[in-house]
Design a protein around this ligand. Structure first.
Ligand code: AMP
Length: 608
């Protein structure tokens, strides 16, 4: 039977899984890690790097390293999310030819699906290396709130990567699938997903014989672990300002180091009660004196800093339960998904709200990929019984006179479904009506929602306004494809469209990208991984050694400085030994130390 892989294409990390002999397993990458950073970079020499290798060189090659591309996928250039990303990303984002988004790496423009395709291709290769055979089919997960355009763009990314995406499923559904797999449960579960960039909550009903029905889903696309990191950064910057009267935000490199340190401290505080944030030579005092940042952050302080953000997630849970007309006592299990749910305070807040301990048996980073793998296996195995009943995360409707979003299918309606509503003409003697198909939130003006498609129904009888009746029917099939029909009830005349969401790419463009990606794959295999790591390590060593004399001069007078120099020398030696042995994992390990040392040295030199 053909193997289908399940891919969790995450904002921060991605994960691939498969069902082997009836058991779902996560496939580790060549470095032995079960998740791979969703990062893509192009080096000075024009080489493409994906995953850990891309992450390790991100600081020294920030403008050519893409992270969090998922926030941009399927979005229009003028959307608020894109504007926000343009303002805050270290890489360059420009407008594409179809009001879509393009990312510039080393003067070449890439569409967002192309960038995501590189991550998907990496996951495909990880699976192929493990299985020892080619893989062509995949189930890919997306957030429940993704609209049609974002889903289509994710599918296009799969195609560019050489994968036939046989199904797109929602992340919370995948998590519930993984939880319920093989257990023949009958339960209502809540999936609380707090990741790097977004938060969402879904309520699902698991019925016997493998029926998984989503009851409600909601979230906040601007609330994630990064916001908690930002609170820690504020705290550090403020403390430093009080002590030295200097604003670390004025220094880009200092800020980047603060970001890394904040995230590291946050993660450490999930297992220890206090941690030291230690950033030597962070900035110069202006009197030729380099200053260090050294501060202890306790778990309690972190919890205070993050308190209102955590509370916001609880408010969304409360609202979602109300919308689903469910009491807390009706939720029989809470499943935690996403890296942020490792934070003890978040686990406590969830437990306190739902009045039950969250399920301990699932791994928050792997559960979504495992669910996708399970769904993949079920789709090719006739013996497996499994039905996923998802809901539409957004309302669907049409734009009517006066910029009103007239809802036909409310959010959280189980698909497949169809709904009909009668409309009338808005002008006297109107002979044609334009149907604008919208997706989004009916509380907003129609034009502030996503336009999915449009068509015109002509040949209406000339009559006073409000007297010609037009019946509009919306249908969503099991694949989530939307079609809309408008019918003149008097003449029976009919017009319809199938809403084929666009990812912002034309078919021709996708074809070209598929070909380009194939070429790249041939190039990418082999010893590329070692070569890339070696090149990067050697570049860092050269730069560190160049800075040695200057740094020595500056710091020789302090014990702290001499210590730092000794450590740096040891790291350089270890890296050289790893290169000598052609040990790719060891070289990669040393790159982290080299990067830190290089950054610190540059900091010292820049500040003196
Ligand atoms: P995800 O998008 O699910 O990969 O989650 C990534 C987010 O989880 C990032 O903000 C990470 O900093 C955060 N994270 C990962 N591990 C931990 C941990 N042990 N404690 C707290 N947060 C974590």
């Amino acid at each position: 039977m053909e193997k289908v892989i399940g891919i969790d294409l995450g904002t921060t990390n991605s994960c691939v899984a498969i069902v082997e002999n009836g058991t779902p397993v996560v496939i580790p990458n060549r470095g032995g890690y079960k998740t791979t950073p969703s990062m893509v970079a192009v080096t000075e020499a024009g080489k493409r790097l994906v995953g850990h290798i891309a992450k390790r060189q991100a600081i020294t090659n920030a403008e050519n390293t893409v992270y969090a591309a998922k926030r941009l996928i399927g979005r229009k250039w003028n959307s608020p999310q894109v504007k926000n990303a343009v303002a805050t990303s270290s890489y360059k984002i420009v407008e594409g030819p179809h009001q879509d988004v393009r990312i510039v790496l080393r003067d070449k423009e890439y569409s967002v699906p192309e960038i995501s395709a590189m991550v998907l291709q990496e996951m495909k290769v990880i699976a192929e290396d493990y299985l020892g055979e080619p893989v062509t089919k995949a189930v890919v997960t997306v957030p429940a709130y993704f609209n049609d355009n974002q889903r289509q763009a994710t599918k296009d990314a799969g195609e560019i990567a050489g994968l036939d995406v046989i199904r797109i499923i929602n992340e919370p559904t995948a998590a519930a699938l993984s939880y319920g797999f093989g257990r023949n449960l009958e339960k209502v579960v809540a999936v609380y997903d707090f990741g790097g960039g977004t938060f969402d909550i879904s309520i699902l009903e698991i019925a016997s014989h493998g029926v998984f029905k989503v009851i409600a889903t909601a979230g906040d696309t601007f609330l994630g672990g990064e916001d908690i990191d930002a609170r820690i950064i504020d705290w550090l910057v403020q403390g430093f300002k009080e002590e030295h009267n200097l604003d670390l935000r004025q220094d880009r490199m200092a800020l980047q180091r603060l970001k890394d340190a904040a995230e590291k401290a946050k993660c450490e505080l999930s297992s220890v009660r206090e941690t030291e944030v230690n950033l030597p030579f962070i900035i110069s005092s202006g009197r030729n004196e380099a200053l260090h940042l050294q501060r202890t952050l306790t778990r309690q302080t972190l919890e205070e800093l993050a308190d209102d953000l955590i509370e916001r997630t609880v408010d969304i849970c409360r609202q979602t339960l109300e919308d689903a007309r469910l009491g807390k006592d009706e939720i029989e299990e809470v499943i935690l998904v996403g890296g942020m749910t490792r934070m003890p305070k978040i686990q406590q807040a969830v437990a306190a709200f739902f009045e039950r301990e969250p399920c301990k048996g699932v791994h928050p980073d792997e559960v979504v990929a495992l669910g996708a793998g399970i769904q993949g296996a079920a789709l090719v195995d006739d013996k497996q019984e499994m039905i996923l009943l998802d809901v539409t995360p957004h309302a669907l409707g049409i734009m009517t006179f006066g910029n009103v979003f007239e809802e036909l299918i409310p959010a959280n309606t189980t698909v497949p479904t169809h709904r009909t509503k009668i409309f009338t003409t808005s002008r006297d003697n109107q002979t044609a009506v334009k149907i604008l198909v919208m997706q989004g939130d009916p509380a907003k003006n129609a034009e502030d929602n996503e336009l999915l498609g449009e068509f015109i129904l002509t040949g209406l009888r000339r009559a006073p306004k409000g007297t010609v009746e037009i019946e509009v029917t919306f249908e969503i099939n099991a694949d989530g494809i939307v079609s809309v029909r408008a019918k003149d009830l008097e003449t029976g005349l009919e017009q319809s469209i199938q809403v084929t969401a666009t990812s912002g790419l034309t078919r021709d463009e996708i074809k070209q990208m598929v070909d380009a990606a194939k070429d790249d794959l041939v190039d990418r295999r082999g010893s590329e991984e070692f070569e890339a790591a070696k090149q990067e390590a050697e570049k860092l060593i050269t730069e560190i050694e160049k800075l040695f004399p200057q740094v020595q001069q500056v710091v020789a007078s302090s014990d702290f400085g001499r210590d730092a120099i000794d450590k740096a020398k040891a790291i350089v030696e270890k890296a050289r030994a790893a290169i000598e042995k052609k040990d790719v994992a060891a070289v990669k390990e040393q790159i982290e130390g080299l990067t830190r040392t290089h950054r610190m040295f540059k900091g010292v030199v820049a500040k003196t």
